[in-house]
Ligand binder design. Structure first.
Ligand code: FAD
Length: 468
């Protein structure tokens, strides 16, 4: 009775997409989720809450209108943590509702409880009331995601020293915030709080940040952060974090510098949530960061009937890519044909301003010895940018001189995470600089920046000699 074609552990983007895919192929599917509600990190503590918070912060502060009305412009003078939470709860309810409906419509069963292996085909599920049941799957997909890394030298208290899950529960907005970790999550929250008028300091032992992003884009982004008075302490390690007698915090850096602040966000890494799965019973082992290795084409682990997808398998650790991984894993698991996804996927960083990128960076193009040309457009060159009052925003296209094909698109500025998809389509369809030079774009739009950047590169690349 408790035998399924596919048992999925975890209901985040990878798990839910896998479950629905297998169910659509007529399979009997069970999703096991230990959280109170389905949706995973993505819905409850990661993607959706942070993006909702960002949207609320930008709306209530009037951030997008400041180009016209000046830096002092505010839609709401006093913004509270409650203002931010209200929209969050409504959004999360909608997300969960849609997901539960998808499961019901596709006859995906779901069970609340914590799963661990008994053997490679059998899981034990411990429910909240302590009841234990066993389920078996011809295939099992581990889509357990990650949880924040919480080193013992950080005195987390859930109120003033927090990880990124706890940040969503704060009762008051801090006047000053130190973010330890200049990765994507740290930078997103640092810039959101900076938009909310919190004094923000970012600390990271590395001298550079967002290393997988084109350097020119990071430089432009960093300039904007400094211009807003975000303090960047890169190349410095936070050695000690303490709470002080006045209820604040103090961080001692290895340089000897001491930073005082009202709140500390520790956002330096996440661990695969594999510690409670009893992996040895299935013949599996995680790495030191709790991650599982898989065949990147099939998402099969070293145990043939066990698959893993999503953040638990590591980079790029995005909701978007997790969904695709889950879909492919489910198709392979139930014996359906699974095509490899297109080569280039977009990466979105929802900082303020947004960054988005697809394809090769200029540094990668140089490393590969490809002869190239770049085209640059600034949003303030577009009529839409004038209408919106934008004084920042940069779009960079990289083309091969030999094939004239687009190699990479890199954007920082308003709407970057939406705009990138034009470049992504051209990249995956192997388009050339001529696409941008010859096509008409809606006017006035920010997408017109593609045309400007295409012309910029095209002018230097010269005309196409033979036109067939
Ligand atoms: C602050 C933050 C912001 C982010 N922003 C973005 C963004 O803007 N865009 C983007 O694409 N990605 C973003 N991400 C990343 C995105 O959230 C993850 O890539 C995505 O959630 C990974 O999905 P997943 O399916 O691997 O699992 P998760 O979403 O991590 O879900 C895993 C689920 O498995 C459950 N589980 C774990 N162990 C067990 C067990 N033993 N038994 C039962 N259930 C179990 C957990 O309770 C959890 O619900 C963000 C992440 C964070 C933390």
């Amino acid at each position: 009775m408790n035998q399924y074609d596919l048992v999925v552990v975890g209901s985040g983007p990878a798990g839910r997409r896998a479950a629905i895919q297998a169910a659509k192929l007529g399979k009997k599917v069970l999703v096991v989720e230990q959280g109170k509600r389905v949706g995973g990190v993505s819905v409850h503590t990661g993607t959706i809450p942070s993006k909702t918070l960002r949207e609320t912060a930008l709306n209530l502060t009037g951030w997008r209108e400041r180009g016209f009305y000046g830096r002092a412009y505010r839609v709401k003078q006093e913004i509270s943590a409650d203002d931010l939470r209200r929209r969050l709860l409504i959004t999360l309810d909608h997300e969960v509702e849609v997901l539960e409906h998808q499961f019901a419509r596709n006859r995906v069963q779901h069970l609340r409880g914590k799963a661990s292996f008994i053997d490679p085909l059998t899981l034990q599920i411990v429910k909240d009331d302590g009841e234990t049941i066993r389920v078996s799957g011809t295939s099992i997909l581990l889509a357990v995601g990650t949880k924040p890394f919480r080193p013992s030298y950080i005195p987390f208290d859930g109120k003033t020293v927090l990880d990124s899950d706890e940040l969503l529960e704060i009762e008051d907005l801090p006047r000053s915030l130190a973010v330890i970790g200049a990765g994507v999550i740290g930078i997103e929250y640092a810039t959101i709080f900076s938009a909310l008028d919190t004094h923000v300091t970012v600390i990271d032992p590395k001298t550079t940040m967002l290393d997988f992003i084109d350097r020119e884009i990071v430089e432009d982004f960093t300039y904007q952060l400094r211009d807003r008075n975000v303090k960047l302490h890169l190349g410095q390690k936070a050695e000690k974090v303490e709470r002080t007698a006045d209820g604040k915090c103090s961080i001692t850096l290895d340089s000897g510098r001491v930073i005082g602040c009202e709140m500390v966000l520790f956002a330096a890494g996440r661990m695969g949530a594999t510690d409670t799965l009893n992996l040895p019973a299935a013949g599996l082992e995680a790495d030191s960061r709790g991650r599982l290795s898989v065949n990147p084409e099939t998402f099969q682990t070293s145990v043939p009937n066990i698959y893993a997808a999503g953040d638990v398998v590591g980079f790029p650790s995005l909701a978007s890519t997790s969904m695709e991984q889950g879909r492919i894993a489910a198709r392979v698991a139930v014996g359906a044909i699974a095509k490899e996804p297109p080569k280039f996927f977009p990466y979105g960083i929802y900082a303020v301003p947004e960054i988005s990128t697809c394809g090769l960076t200029e540094e990668e193009v140089k490393e590969r010895g490809i002869a190239y040309e770049c085209g640059i457009a600034r949003f303030r060159e577009t009529s839409r940018g004038h209408i919106m009052g934008l004084d920042s925003g940069l779009l960079k296209l990289i083309f091969s001189l030999k094939t004239r094909r687009l190699l990479g698109v890199h954007i920082v500025g308003e709407g970057a995470t939406e705009l990138v998809h034009i470049g992504q389509a051209v990249l995956n369809l192997k388009g050339t600089v001529e696409y941008f030079v010859e096509n008409t774009f809606n006017y006035p739009t920010l997408a017109e920046a593609y045309k400007i950047a295409g012309l910029d590169a095209g002018n230097r690349m010269g005309e196409l000699i033979s036109r067939g």
